[in-house]
Design a protein around this ligand. Structure first.
Ligand code: PSZ
Length: 505
């Protein structure tokens, strides 16, 4: 109950120890004649938000009391009627209809109850995938390779042709990390099998079988909450408190000034500083006897506050991994699947070669990671668990990929992203004392408030008007619209945003 009364407090509490960041705007590039976008309207999508009660309303509060008798439900914001949510609009348990720019923490690709996905659920030939969840690593369905080709491989990052499915995002990051460790040790052994001593010591968490190795990550990063993923997560204390995570190096992530194009020199110097820190840490940890086997990085630090870096930084990181013969893990759990105006955010960087591993989840519906050939383990059962994913989710993804391609939704995200970013820039011009640092890449955009309290108040004020957005970092609100978000939806958002900001002036 307490949390529903105090959503603001709860939001504030989640910033126990966040890293304040500088703002950045990604420049919008000119595109060659893009294919026409043809976003088909979703049946039953409301035309506008409609708010009838406080949110959470009486029914949500009642349901919360019930849930709280079973588990800690402090994080719950409101209960949802998923059957009555359509397209870009979410309907809560009290019949309030909200335009959803947060989309289940950026994880609904083509809106609620998309008709094509409803149809997939009803096809008799798909039922087996939904009813019988297999142990994919040992007993895959007969059409599994074909399904992977039609889905994950059809949208694979350029130059990557191998993929491993997993369940959630953290699990995907964690197994990608394991692929880096396995490849590193395999290289060291030069083709020789592990020694008897390695095999017996690893079972007891002892060297040499359980070696002292590390993965370098960045301050402000979020990669998930399982222990390996948590070891490279540094965004908030609430994620980390009480867990014995290993002491691995964390470098500064660039704190850039915005708009990026106005501060090219300063930002270049800041990125050089961070790259130098990465180089130093690799050397220090080598000397310490805890060598770095890879670097994990998000294309945009999302949970940490939507912190951007430029292609120069990521190219530099890749150079460092090449110089040191270590792996690069690009975590695209939040940035992947078209929202940045390219299918994968790292496609914006013109890397010299593909990254070594790319993790995904959220809008991809299944977790997993792509990897380069040298990161394929030589033995079975090394990257493995009972389910290693779920064909039911990949069956849905097949339709999502079809819709993305047939309606040119990647281009839609580039176009709507430009519109959203411009709207945010206009807002900061109109309300300079209230908001600043409008920034984004495609539709994945955000804006900062002067402090956390005002940001939290804005989120609640927007919700009262029927607009659902998310927070990130200490002072930002972030927009994470569906891939079928259009100008008409953006206009609804901006009308309400303008009125909330006017009330703060
Ligand atoms: O509080 C949480 O646990 C949240 S709030 C947002 C996320 C998690 N994002 C998940 C995420 C991510 O954004 C990146 C870049 N990498 C990994 C993850 C972990 O994914 P899940 O939550 O599926 O384990």
């Amino acid at each position: 109950m307490a949390s529903l009364k105090n959503v603001g407090r709860s939001l504030a509490r989640c910033t126990l120890q966040s890293v304040a960041r500088g703002p950045h705007i990604q420049s919008v590039r000119c595109r060659a004649a893009a294919p026409a976008v043809n976003v088909r309207p979703v049946d039953d999508e409301p035309a506008a938000p409609m708010v009838k009660t406080a949110i959470p309303g009486p029914r949500s509060k009642e349901l919360l009391r019930d849930l709280e008798s079973i588990q800690n439900s402090e994080a719950v914001q409101f209960f949802v009627d998923y059957d009555r949510s359509h397209g870009n609009y979410i309907t809560d348990a009290d019949d309030n209809v909200l335009l959803d720019l947060y989309t289940q923490i950026a994880s609904i690709p083509i809106g609620y109850n998309h008709p094509n996905l409803m149809a997939v659920m009803q096809k008799p030939e798909n039922l087996g995938h939904f009813i019988n969840r297999p142990a994919l690593g040992v007993f895959p369905p007969k059409d599994w390779a074909e399904k992977l080709r039609k889905t994950l491989l059809a949208v694979a990052p350029p130059g990557m042709s191998e993929v491993q499915t997993m369940a959630c995002g953290a699990c995907s990051v964690e197994h990608a990390q394991k692929a880096l460790f396995i490849a590193y040790k395999a290289r060291q052994r030069g083709g020789a099998p592990p020694t008897k001593e390695e095999l017996s010591s690893c079972v007891m968490n002892q060297p040499p079988g359980s070696p002292d190795l590390s993965i370098l990550s960045f301050k402000g990063a979020f990669h998930g909450r399982t222990m390996g993923a948590l070891a490279v997560t540094h965004s908030k204390a609430i994620h980390k408190l009480d867990f014995p995570t290993p002491l691995w190096p964390a470098a500064s992530f660039p704190e850039l000034r915005y708009p990026l194009e106005d501060f090219v020199q300063e930002n270049r110097a800041e990125e050089e500083r961070c790259l130098a820190e990465v180089r130093d840490l690799i050397e220090i940890y080598q000397k310490k006897g805890r060598p770095v086997v890879g670097i994990a990085v998000e294309p945009i630090q999302c949970e940490g506050g939507d912190n951007h870096a430029t292609p120069y930084f990521f190219q530099g990181l890749q150079d460092i991994t090449r110089e040191n013969s270590i792996g690069l893990l690009i975590d695209e759990v939040q940035t992947g699947c078209a929202s940045t105006g390219k299918f994968w955010a790292h496609e914006h960087w013109n890397l010299r070669e593909p990254p070594d591993t790319v993790s995904f989840a959220k809008k991809m519906l299944t977790g997993g990671f792509y990897y380069r050939e040298q990161y394929r383990p030589k033995e079975g059962f090394r990257i493995f668990n009972t389910w290693v994913g779920d064909p039911a989710k990949v069956t849905l993804l097949e339709e999502v990929v079809k819709v993305i391609k047939s309606q040119n939704l990647v281009t839609n995200m580039a176009n709507i992203g430009e519109y959203l970013q411009q709207g945010l820039k206009d807002a900061q011009t109109k309300f300079p004392g209230v908001v600043k640092n409008a920034r984004g890449l495609g539709s994945l955009c955000s804006i900062d408030f002067n402090n956390s309290a005002t940001r939290d108040k804005a989120i609640l004020a927007l919700r009262e008007k029927g607009i659902h957005v998310g927070s990130c970092g200490d002072v930002a609100i972030r927009l994470r619209p569906t891939l079928i978000f259009q100008k008409k939806h953006a206009d609804v958002f901006f009308d309400c945003f303008d009125s909330v900001l006017s009330s703060f002036k």
